[in-house]
Write a protein that binds this ligand. Structure first.
Ligand code: PMP
Length: 402
């Protein structure tokens, strides 16, 4: 653990003169030295725009960018690099599909299903699509443990259902959803499935072919890479059928004022200068994760969640939201009638960073009739001692409020 923590410079500082405890990994993860140095080295030695120049550094940049694409493809077990589109992030990937798939396949009175536990970024783009096309948004509910009511899916799907958009892991409850099962039910009725992997990619091994999902999306910054890069995986046949999302450089074959022809995959969906440096940092981050092993990471994080659930669970008046049998990385809670903001601000003064509020999942808060929670979310560099600090902090705050 000491070696792993040594890889993350930001963890070794004091805030308010206290050792920093970073438990907001669901919002973004910290970056290991190898990623930070790769970015610095790239700017110092290689930087040139990709897919444009014939000069050496442009070729090297392009090579590294395409290498990062191959690494992503391998990491999630895609069939081909044509299925990996670099975007700005999860939100951008979902908007791309909502626009492009929507343009091609959605007509008035069609239906799209989202789950009740989606992040706003997996709700709003579909609502906007439904408004544009006069289609209908339907909701798959979850129960009070935070588990999806899969048994209701069969009756929710009708002949008009075109797509189900569902999160792999809930960012506010930690629930791991049974994606393969959902895909099976959907595909039996000819319905496509988009999976939001923003909170799964850093915690579990992903095999898009085994899941058989049609789209899988995630953000680089949640898996130890820079901000500004994301991935859209899509089955090649579908991506080929879908129209471009944005027009511009890189996504064209030939432009005349009469007619423009588009690039083949994956560039068809990558208009303009993409954040190629962040893509390269994603390749580095994946390398780093693979060197440690995603299974090793998952095992440590699972121990942390179990330890935290048990330890925080002993605090009188503490209520945990999200008690699914299969959950990872996240503990959402409230204590007595202490407001989540007060709890978060007081923990901050003790050097402990947690997230407070609705976590961009207002419908989840509405389900429990609350305005927000305190969320501690873990990465593999967190320790039991940090959870003990959180526990001690909560006990102190409880006393102050009493
Ligand atoms: N979906 C989920 C489940 C998330 O946790 C997040 C980030 N909090 C997003 C989507 C959006 O990711 P981004 O802001 O990187 O686009």
């Amino acid at each position: 653990m000491d070696t792993i923590r040594a890889d993350f410079p930001i963890l070794h500082q004091k805030v308010y003169d206290k050792p920093y405890v970073y438990l907001d990994n669901g919002a973004t993860t910290q970056k290991p030295k190898v990623v930070i140095e790769a970015v610095k080295n790239f700017y110092e030695q290689t930087n040139s725009n990709i897919h444009r120049g014939v000069h050496l550094l442009s070729e090297k940049s392009t090579e590294q960018y395409e290498q990062a694409r191959s690494m992503v493809a391998e990491f999630i077990h895609a069939n081909s690099t044509n299925e990996i589109i670099f975007t700005k992030g999860t939100t951008d990937s979902i908007n791309l599909v909502a626009f492009s798939f929507g343009e091609k396949y959605i007509v008035a009175n069609d239906e799209i299903i989202v789950s009740e536990m989606e992040h706003h970024s997996n709700i709003v783009p579909w609502q906007m699509l439904c408004e544009r096309k006069q289609a209908k948004l339907k909701v798959l509910p979850f129960d009070d443990n935070g588990e999806l009511c899969i048994e209701k899916l069969d009756e929710l799907i009708t002949k008009r259902t075109k797509l189900i958009a569902v999160t792999h892991v809930s960012n506010s409850l930690g629930t791991v959803n049974p994606i393969a099962e959902i895909v099976k039910i959907a595909h039996a009725k000819g319905v496509k499935v988009l999976v939001d992997g923003a909170q799964a990619i850093q915690h579990t091994a992903i095999d898009v072919q085994a899941l058989d999902c049609d789209f899988y999306v995630f953000s680089g910054h949640k898996i130890y890479a820079e901000t500004g890069i994301g991935v859209l995986y899509g089955k090649e046949k579908l991506l080929n059928e879908m129209p471009p999302y944005q027009g511009g450089g890189d996504m064209i074959k030939e432009v005349t004022f009469e007619k423009t022809t588009y690039s083949d995959l994956p560039l068809k969906f990558e208009a303009g200068t993409n954040n190629y440096v962040a893509a390269i940092s994603l390749g580095e981050a994946i390398n780093y994760v693979q060197a440690i092993g995603i299974e090793t990471i998952a095992a440590h994080e699972n121990k942390l969640v179990q330890y935290a659930s048990h330890k925080l669970g002993t605090i009188d008046g503490l209520r945990i939201y999200g008690t699914a049998t299969n959950k990872v990385s996240v503990i959402s809670f409230l204590v007595d009638n202490i407001h989540h903001y007060d709890m978060g601000m007081m923990l901050d003064k003790m050097g402990i960073a947690v997230r407070t509020g609705s976590h961009c999942t207002q419908p989840v808060m509405a389900h429990f009739d609350i305005t927000g929670t305190v969320r501690a979310s873990f990465a593999f560099y967190n320790t039991k001692e940090e959870i003990d600090r959180l526990y001690d902090g909560i006990i102190r705050i409880k006393k102050i409020f009493a």
